[in-house]
Every structure is written in structure tokens, then in C-alpha cells.
Ligand binder design. Sequence first.
Ligand code: INI
Length: 154
Amino acid sequence: MNRIEANLIATGLKVAIVNTRWNHFIVDRLVEGAETAFVQHGGNTDDLTLVTAPGSFEVPLVAQKLARSGRYDAVVCLGAVIRGATDHYDFVAGSATSGLARVSLETGVPVAFGILTTDTTEQAVERAGTKAGNKGAEAMLAMVETVNLLRQIG
Ligand code: INI
């Protein structure tokens, strides 16, 4: 069997990060996690561009513009939609999810879904660098791997 697997070397990659002003006290931790993971894997902070959207609902549109620009190898989207905080949780979380999947498939640029969707603020904090790891770091590494994987497939 032929196998294609990618490494996690971020050297030379250019990545756009989209974050949100909504729930910034949590999302800031995700951004830190993403940046740290990028640098730990050989990336240069100067190759990261951070773009701030109002809320998770707006993230797919911003990600689409960044992906279409041709300037980035991947777009890492970071946010937090917390059920307790809104009646329209399902709509915001649902459109962010399907919007980002669409952007990735339509543009061919890897787009990470690093938007936390949780019932409580506590659960979001746990996933932003405390008890349950840092989903921003995971999203960044998933993008490094995906970019390298697509390059290997050719
Ligand atoms: N946006 C978020 O990113 N997280 C949330 O938890 C949230 N809540 O709770 O409503 C939220 N709403 C704003 C939304 O993303 C849009 O910015 C807004 O609806 C304007 O289009």
C-alpha cells in the first residue's frame, strides 16, 4: 500500500488567523495557543496575519476573502459560541460551521474550524488552554499538516 502522510513543519508557511471580538477573553487564549504552536513547529511570527471579525457569524466571509487573496497557505478561524450567552446559538454556530466548510472546498485553501461551540463559558475556558488543551493550537497544527499533505499529494 502506498501511504501519504504529512509532517508538522511550519517553516515558511504563511497563515491568516481570523478571530472574533465576541468572547475575546476566551478567543485571545486560542490565538496565543495558535501562535505558540506555529512558532514551536518552525513558523515565523512575521508570517502570521491576525484579522479580527465582530462575531463568529462574520468569520466565514472574512475567511473567504483571505483565502481568495492567494496570499496565505491556510486560514485558521478562532472564536467561541456559547449556548448560555445567546438564544440564537444554533444559528450562529451552524452558519459558522457550514460557511467555513464551504470556503475551504470552494477555494481549495485549508480553513481550520477553531470555533468553540459549548454550552457554558466554563467549558469554553477549559478548551482554551486550561483543562482540555488549547483548541487554537490544535487548529493551527491541523492546518500545518493539511497544507503539507496537499503539497505531498501534488
Ligand atoms: N458571536 C460569537 O462569536 N459568539 C457568541 O457566543 C455569540 N452570541 O452569543 O450571540 C455571537 N453572536 C454574534 C454573531 O456572531 C454576529 O456577530 C451578530 O449576529 C451580527 O451578525
